[in-house]
Design a binder for this molecule. Sequence first.
Ligand SMILES: *Cc1c(COP(=O)(O)O)cnc(C)c1O
Length: 480
Amino acid sequence: MIEETLDPENWEEMRALGHHIIDNMVDYLKNIREQPVWRPIPPEVKKRFRGSIPKEGQDIYSIYEEIKEKVIAFRLGNIHPCFWGWVFGTGTLYGAYGDLIASTMNATSGDFEHGASYIENQVIDWVKEMLGYDPQASGLITRGASMANIIGLTVARNVKAGFDLREEGLQSDSTKLTYYGSEEMHSSLQKAVELLGIGNKNLRRISVNEKFQINLDELKEAIESDKKNYLPICIIGNLGTVNTGAVDNLNALADIAEQQNMWFHIDGAFGALTKVSPMSHHLADGLERADSIAFDFHKWMYVNYAAGCVLVKSAKDHYQTFALSPDYCTQGIRGITGGKIWFSDYGVNMSGEFKALKIWMSLKEHGIKKYGRLVEQNIQQAKYLTGLIKKEESLELLAPTSMNIVCFRYKKEGLGKEELNKFNEEILLQMHERGIAVPSHTILRGNFAIRVAITNHRSKTGDFDVLINAVKEIAQDINV
Ligand SMILES: *Cc1c(COP(=O)(O)O)cnc(C)c1O
């Protein structure tokens, strides 16, 4: 019998391909500015994505050529300096090397006694320091802020429900739990309450003021009136809403949560990073008072996908919400199971990739001060863009710029609301198709907004002049 393995038959050939791939990747990133941000995928390329599963192996060089042609060439564009859509991160080359190392070690994160656990633990210590958060807090590196939000809201539920929720489950009790946040909350919070069995309607959406911040009086009234029939357990604060970058009054929310004996969770997916900025850290005032906070490394820390984080002030509550020790996976007294840090006791996953390495390497490569300067640079670029829009007769802002997100539209005389929305959508689509820049859109008070969210360490101030000129040029080209 011939015994097989997936290791290369020819290690030297694999080494040569590896060197070739690294060469390509370095050039790819080094020259990205000269490339279109995005390009449509032609039908003949799409056709080549079909076909059935390979029955036999192929030459490794030809597979790589296929990837170059079909995948690498048709990137989303978020590594480009002119990509400002949704909230995307830009990544770094050194971060990619981190993934290569982690993946070669095939290290799983979290449990057991191995180097990866110590790196992960140190990254969590560093982020507590970086955010000025309680050094005793526990934390977990997650796939993103969505999972971090789920974890925060789960601990909140289990702590505040008033009975043994893990054992009894929600069905054993008639108490109706309610969560509160503004109508600008991210959709992942809705997913979280749905998954937790709370139900979407029990996530109360409080209206916002002209700056898109939660209305505090309405929040207090909602909690008071709910108390008759419900158990209000958690307030969710936005530290950077996804639509406009608005920040709720976090200290006021912390006060209300304290008075009402409620949990205070912050969704700071990108906004938490303002804490490290030399000039804009005041935006994150009150962050340290949260019982739990969710944020992403892969957005405004520019770390390669995917990595988010949750911090929970009470490590005990966090542990008691998730810890389990099945017989086949218990901590031992020494050796390989002797590690003190078992991250599977702080979240949902058991196995998982070693995400911490690229974060750890990036923080060492640049130092936290540089991240602070880059966050500030993006905030200043948003200010600059806001200034350009204010100067243009034909453009108007649709929300105040409070952080790194700018929402605006082109004004065209004689168009009704719907036609104007369609007109701006057309500008945006053509901007994408021409490969000039990638803002995204949102709807603000019924109006279609071109939305520029700057979490990009490659953007330069002049790129925003290019954007504004392109908007005007495309608007001239469109016949209505
Ligand atoms: C992106 C985002 C999320 C979700 O984070 P993922 O990393 O995509 O899971 C949650 N809240 C806000 C405000 C976000 O911008």
